[in-house]
Design a binder for this molecule. Structure first.
Ligand code: SF4
Length: 213
């Protein structure tokens, strides 16, 4: 499933919807991710095998564009790069696809949901690539400090991941109109307050998401 959306609490291919008006279209590009978050659905084998978002093969840029060509971009409320892995593993492809979509509809809002570790993955600063292509970058902050972040995400980059994620958020401020850090509400009020201070210091928005089992 390459282009999907959330419908009645499950994921469905947008081709199965009766109407595409105001739909938020998610682009599923990869299963790869440098993290193994304790709460991630990728952690259970049954989930991997049964989940409709699991990709047997990553779609090429051409295949993704062909999927989009089946629809009228004017109908969409937003396009979001987000799947069963880390979309910025394929940063060049994300940027290329976003650029093509913007050619067809300049005001189409485009968001990337990311773990914010792209600079570690690619060993270069990818934030400038977002300019003019990505309108919102939503980065999982997860926790108020490096130790807790690592315990939750089990990032293969180790303890430096937290600071790298924050540095990426800061860098994105120069290139992306909306930079958002997210946490889930189950971390509790005290930690949410600390996360809010981190966001205030960075000058970005904190979004507290409800935890869904
Ligand atoms: S960063 Fe996202 S995709 Fe990767 S393991 Fe964590 S929750 Fe799953």
């Amino acid at each position: 499933m390459i282009l999907y959306t959330l419908h009645e609490k499950s994921y469905i291919d947008i081709g199965q919807l009766d109407s595409l008006e105001d739909v938020h279209v998610y682009v599923n590009l990869t299963n790869r991710c440098p993290c193994a978050c304790t709460f991630c659905l990728r952690q259970t084998k049954e989930m991997l095998e049964s989940n409709t978002l699991w990709l047997d093969k990553e779609p090429t840029v051409d295949e993704v564009i062909k999927e989009f060509q089946k629809y009228d971009l004017d109908d969409f409320a937003e396009v979001v790069f987000c799947g069963f892995g880390e979309p910025l593993q394929r940063v060049d492809d994300v940027i290329q696809i976003a650029g093509i979509l913007k050619l067809y509809r300049q005001d189409l809002p485009i968001r990337v949901n990311t773990n914010g570790l792209a600079n570690l993955i690619h060993q270069r600063d990818v934030a400038p690539d977002m300019k003019g292509r990505i309108d919102t970058i939503s980065i999982s902050l997860n926790a108020p400090d490096a130790k807790e972040y690592l315990a939750l995400t089990r990032s293969r980059f180790g303890i430096e991941s937290f600071d790298a994620m924050l540095a990426f958020a800061r860098a994105c401020l120069s290139y992306v109109p909306h930079v958002v850090l997210t946490v889930v509400d189950i971390i509790g009020e005290e930690k949410i307050k600390k996360c809010q201070s981190i966001c205030d210091e960075l000058g970005v928005t904190l979004r507290v998401r409800p935890f869904e089992e």
